[in-house]
Ligand binder design. Structure first.
Ligand code: SF4
Length: 194
């Protein structure tokens, strides 16, 4: 059975690939993530995803579409809708591509992450499976959370420090960088916060 696996990044796709191969699927990976900013980060993750696919000798499809402008529209700026919009544009693209190119089904490494909204991702996958008349293969890849992390470290695959968009980058570093600045100001009389 031919399956197109959406790769959100290299590390998250390791466990899903292993499960799919164990279950006899003919796997092709597809990196499509216009949510990843800034551009240097997109390319680091893209190369990490290729490294993983090559490790398993899989055919890998990659898109370097950089979606900063799209993501800065009003819908995305609404923090309550941001992640839904982000899942939707990625899964829609993958399901449509899978249908057009004759894959039997698709899945996503987003289903591996403990930090994503698993139930919402399932709903969106089912929606586009129906719309494009292509199968959706569901598996709760979260069971392999630790295994995937350990393997990505041993394979020396690039591991990202935040989810992807510039808002998640801010959430990740805001406190840490602000504290560093405060410490510097406190230890240097010639620097003043205004
Ligand atoms: S936090 Fe992650 S899932 Fe949510 S919008 Fe940003 S990149 Fe997408």
């Amino acid at each position: 059975m031919k399956i197109l696996l959406h790769q959100c990044c290299g590390p998250c796709s390791i466990y899903p690939i292993e499960i799919l191969l164990e279950n006899g699927f003919d796997v092709t990976t597809y990196f499509y993530n216009p949510n990843i900013h800034p551009m240097h980060e997109l390319y680091k993750r893209l190369n990490g995803a290729i490294d993983v696919s090559r490790y398993y000798n899989l055919k890998c499809l990659v898109s370097n579409e950089y979606g900063l402008t799209v993501f800065l529209n009003s819908e995305f700026l609404d923090s309550r809708k941001r992640c839904s919009f982000c899942y939707d544009i990625r899964i829609k693209n993958v399901a449509k591509y899978a249908a057009e190119k004759g894959y039997d089904c698709f899945s996503s490494s987003l289903l591996y992450s403990k930090y994503q909204n698993h139930e919402e991702i399932i709903k969106i996958c089912e929606k586009y499976s129906k719309k494009y008349n292509v199968g959706f293969y569901y598996y709760d890849f979260r069971e392999g959370w630790k295994t995937g992390i350990e393997k990505s470290k041993s394979m020396e695959i690039y591991r990202q420090q935040y989810c992807g968009c510039i808002f998640s980058e801010t959430d990740r570093y805001d406190k840490q960088l602000s504290n560093q600045l405060i410490n510097r100001i406190e230890s240097d009389n010639s620097v003043e916060a205004v």
